[in-house]
Design a protein. Structure first.
Ligand code: HEM
Length: 304
């Protein structure tokens, strides 16, 4: 908005107008009347709001005749204090829990390297057995040719350090029928870990720039758009765990194909999957609706 509006009004007029219910209902929203009529100095409270509404109408240059009703303009305090208090709690919690998740994830990776070596090799798309295995930041798997088409930006020995083993077995160490699908396991793992670091960086960014947060549009927008990311990261983790352990249901002992129940029909599996998907899908939609509704509503209006 480029223009500004200004209005001055006589408080004394409101000593009389505050008794006029029809006027009050026409000019003020329920929430405003609730605040002002409880006050000791009712006339001041009403007058200041009336002036602010008139000033707003002048600023946008329309006038009440063009469809805006004064009672539809609600004068509220800016909620920056409330917003900053809640975002600080969120950012501290996000930072601590993201660091914790990365720590637990690292512990998991070490465990996986001992108990499910094919999963670890697929997570890192490692084809050849290597001592002091490096970790490549840029890597494109080529499972058809049992190699990687791109391996760049390697960090020496990093994979061995993270896995807690000097020698890491490559996929070629195992028969092709005992290897998991490499591309989905690798991509899901990379994205999950990448998102884990994004959460740490975003929450750090919020805390470092906390003082001027309300003016940082890009950061605020990023935060809004990052709401679904933890849910996506959790799904990716699940893909790593479940796709990565194929073809085994019990590693080295029982294959998934041999564990299929003969008592349960495929149609039963499909129908329960559909019911669960619909049920949790509906819960998800209600959750998003409620989050959006209460975020838009904001806190209870403060007294002005
Ligand atoms: C930041 C670094 C992270 C590392 C190093 C990491 C590491 C791992 C590893 C190694 C696994 C496989 C465990 C297994 O197959 O037994 C795993 C699974 C999983 N991860 Fe992550 N992860 C990280 C971040 C995240 C984040 C940010 C989330 C979600 C917000 C997440 C959610 C999951 C889930 C839900 C599983 C599946 C667990 C299961 O079903 O057993 N991870 N992660």
């Amino acid at each position: 908005m480029i223009s500004i509006g200004i209005d001055i009004c006589n408080v004394k007029r409101f000593d009389r107008l505050k008794e006029n219910r029809a006027f009050l209902k026409r000019v003020f929203a329920e929430s405003e009347l609730e605040i002002c009529l409880k006050r000791k100095r009712i006339s001041e409270c009403l007058a200041v709001r009336f002036a602010a509404k008139e000033a707003f109408v002048k600023a946008i240059g329309t006038g009440i005749r063009d469809g805006i009703k004064l009672r539809e303009i609600v004068i509220r305090k800016n909620e920056i204090e409330f917003f900053k208090k809640s975002i600080k709690i969120g950012a501290v919690f996000a930072l601590l829990s993201s660091i914790l998740v990365a720590g637990v994830g690292d512990f998991h990776a070490k465990e996986v390297s001992h108990t499910q070596p094919t999963k670890l090799a697929a997570m890192e798309s490692l084809w050849e057995t290597k001592k002091d295995a490096p970790m490549y930041l840029l890597l494109i798997p080529d499972p058809a040719n049992e190699r990687n088409s791109v391996e760049a930006l390697g960090i020496p020995s990093m994979l061995s350090i993270l896995a807690g083993q000097k020698e890491i077995k490559g996929l070629k160490e195992f028969p092709p029928t005992e290897r998991p699908p490499v591309t989905p396991t690798f991509l899901s793992f990379r994205l999950m870990v990448g998102l884990g670091f994004v959460f740490i960086l975003l929450s750090l960014w919020v805390l470092v720039k906390f003082k001027t947060l309300e003016n940082r549009r890009i950061l605020l927008r990023l935060l809004l758009w990052s709401i679904p990311l933890p849910y996506i990261a959790a799904q990716l983790g699940w893909i790593v765990a479940e796709v990565g352990r194929q073809p085994w249901i019990v590693y080295g002992l029982l294959k998934t194909a041999d564990a299929v129940s003969k008592a349960v029909e495929p149609s039963q599996v499909l129908s329960s999957l559909i019911v669960f998907t619909l049920f949790y899908g509906a819960l998800g939609i209600i959750d998003i609706y409620l989050l959006a509704k209460y975020a838009r509503k904001g806190p209870e209006p403060k007294e002005v």
